[in-house]
Design a protein around this ligand. Structure first.
Ligand SMILES: Nc1ncnc2c1ncn2[C@@H]1O[C@H](COP(=O)(O)OP(=O)(O)OP(=O)(O)O)[C@@H](O)[C@H]1O
Length: 261
């Protein structure tokens, strides 16, 4: 494996919603150009963790954060950080597609237009490229000015990925992107992740309960679990192959064995 460069370094991160502590002292690196999977039992803080990586959970409620999250050496929790810029560079796709009630085109162009004025022809090119990158262009090219709400859920999810890709993020966070999709739609999203995986300019973090899928799509895996106080902790982090074949920690082994045997 080539030299690993951390795109994001998480150092002693603890996180609370109001006074309820959710995560405690998480430290790990997220390597550039790799796919890192976050696994663990329901409620242990996986979604919370990835939303800490672009400060998305601050939009929801009062939060407390300790420790550091460094995105290419800059602590994103410093006061002077431009959150809009951060969230373009570290973009997120949720488990439930958050389609805007507008056309397919406008859904993808949305983030691009916010950044600043560009000639329409340039936006057209960006929209087409993003839809191609998200492997949905052939399905929507004849209806890009029609409402995105008329697409299937699987198509809506790939449209959300196109929207995220259109602003050229360095890191793409995916929170259970195949949740609720039928097997065919889920496979399309998985194939898309595989094709994005081999783009050197993109780093991917994916939360998933689907462990066979994690094995197929990820390079590294982080296993989170509750500690004795029901607070989420990172138990083990390493190469996906190693984590699934010979984990260091018995809790990782038990979790993996219970789910894929
Ligand atoms: N906005 C919020 N305000 C308060 N508590 C929250 C909020 N979002 C999540 N929580 C709580 O944080 C804890 C961790 O939730 P989180 O969604 O991060 O877990 P998860 O591991 O991703 O779970 P799942 O696998 O079921 O999606 C839960 O107890 C949840 O109720």
């Amino acid at each position: 494996m080539n030299k690993l460069i951390p795109a994001i370094r998480v150092k002693n991160l603890s996180f609370s919603y109001d006074t309820q502590k959710i995560l405690e002292e998480v430290s790990m690196d997220i390597y550039e150009s790799k796919v890192t999977a976050i696994i663990g039992p329901s409620g242990c803080g996986k979604s919370t963790f990835i939303k800490c990586l672009n400060r998305m959970n601050e939009l929801e409620t009062q939060v407390q954060v300790e420790g550091r999250v460094e995105f290419y050496n800059q602590n994103i929790y410093e006061r002077r950080v431009n959150l809009n810029r951060l969230r373009r560079q570290v973009s997120i796709v949720y488990s439930k597609p958050n389609i805007f009630p507008m056309s397919v085109y406008d859904n993808v162009a949305y983030g691009v237009k916010i950044v600043g004025w560009r000639p329409k022809v340039e936006i057209d090119e960006i929209v087409e490229a993003a839809l191609k990158d998200a492997d949905i262009w052939d399905e929507v090219k004849h209806k890009i000015y029609k409402s995105a709400l008329d697409l299937s859920i699987g198509q809506q999810q790939r449209l959300c990925i196109a929207r995220a890709l259109a602003v050229k993020p360095k890191v793409l966070l995916m929170d259970e992107p195949c949740f609720g999709l039928d097997p065919t739609a889920s496979m399309k999203v998985e194939n898309l992740i595989q094709s994005l995986r081999f783009r050197s300019e993109l780093t991917i973090v994916i939360v998933s309960h689907n462990l066979p899928q994690v094995v197929r799509v990820s390079d590294f895996t982080a296993f989170f679990n509750f500690n004795e106080n029901r607070i989420g902790r990172l138990v083990e982090f390493g190469l996906t192959k190693k984590m699934f074949n010979s984990p260091n920690d018995s809790r990782t082994r038990d979790y993996v064995l219970a789910r894929i045997g």
